[in-house]
Write a protein that binds this ligand. Structure first.
Ligand code: PAF
Length: 282
């Protein structure tokens, strides 16, 4: 399996195989890979003769230094997991310097307001960091198709918006959330939970599923009250936000409109670990 640590090596490899690389599928990740990431790779392999995965913990998208320091870095285990999918996958695992070339700062983006909702409210600068790294990786890898998980639905919409606004030549494809048997959305952050916390975190998806049922007959406000009460009663879980929003604009739903698609979004702290999840409501 080919593993490159510098963009020069990666680009020269991709150039050397440009005849057979009729399309490049790309899966950007921050490592600590789980089944969800592997499902993105499998989807990419179905549709592209060449598949590239990047493994890079991007410092500019962390608004919390502790979160960045504690983010799991497990390159060797990640490579072993990628091999179980296919050893033809090309790995790009750069250093901060290789990406940022001595200037580790974000570009500023206007995502037509998508960046101000939910994660944007609680993680200032986060989406400028995501936009910066995804744009940079797209420039280096030049993918035909790029695959993102729907767990980070706001990120997916923001990347689609960036691609449309900057007219980048790549198709962004959203893929379904992978869940543990108890419903917990797979996330690299789950590795920081104790066995007990991981089991108890089933409450997040259970509550989202109940919210979906209620949304058929209740207002967004009533459903939000229900979810807030659940988390007030459930220690050690602390609700950061629960929002029902329009899937396209990400604006909160005030009055239901039958022509719109709605989605519930949640962020919860379990002790110091922050987990997010989402569910389509109609
Ligand atoms: O979703 C992630 O893992 C990251 O935000 C991404 C897209 C790899 C950018 O660093």
């Amino acid at each position: 399996m080919l593993i490159f640590n510098t963009q020069n090596e990666l680009v020269s490899h991709l150039t050397s195989i440009s005849n057979e690389a009729t399309s490049i599928g790309f899966v950007p990740t921050m490592g600590a890979l789980h089944e969800g990431h592997l499902s993105l790779l499998k989807e990419a392999l179905l549709h592209n003769p060449v598949v590239v995965i990047s493994i890079f913990v991007n410092p500019t998208q962390f608004n919390n230094a502790d979160d960045l320091a504690k983010y799991p870095r497990t390159l060797e285990a990640d490579v072993a997991k990628i091999k179980t999918v296919s050893d033809t996958i090309v790995v790009y695992a750069p250093s901060v310097d290789d990406i940022y070339e001595g200037k580790t700062v974000s570009e500023h983006f206007d995502f037509d307001g998508l960046e101000h909702q939910m994660e944007g409210q609680f993680r200032p600068g986060h989406f400028d960091g995501v936009g910066t790294i995804v744009k940079r990786l797209f420039e280096i890898v030049k993918p035909t198709n790029a695959y993102f998980g729907e767990k980070d639905f706001q990120q997916l919409q923001i990347v689609k918006k960036m691609v449309a606004k900057l007219k980048l030549p790549v198709k962004v494809i959203g893929c379904p959330i992978f869940r543990e048997p108890n419903g917990l959305a797979m996330s690299s952050r789950n590795e920081r939970l104790t066995t007990e916390e991981r089991a108890e975190a089933a409450i997040i998806f259970k509550t989202l599923s109940e919210a979906k049922i209620r949304f058929h007959v209740q207002s967004a406000e009533e459903v939000t009250e229900f979810v807030t009460e659940i988390f007030q009663k459930t220690t050690p879980f602390e609700l950061e936000y629960f929002t029902i929003a329009d899937e396209e604009t990400l604006l909160p739903c005030t009055t239901k409109n039958n022509t719109k698609k709605y989605r519930a979004f949640i962020a919860v702290f379990v002790n110091n670990v922050r987990l997010i999840d989402t569910i389509s409501l109609n």
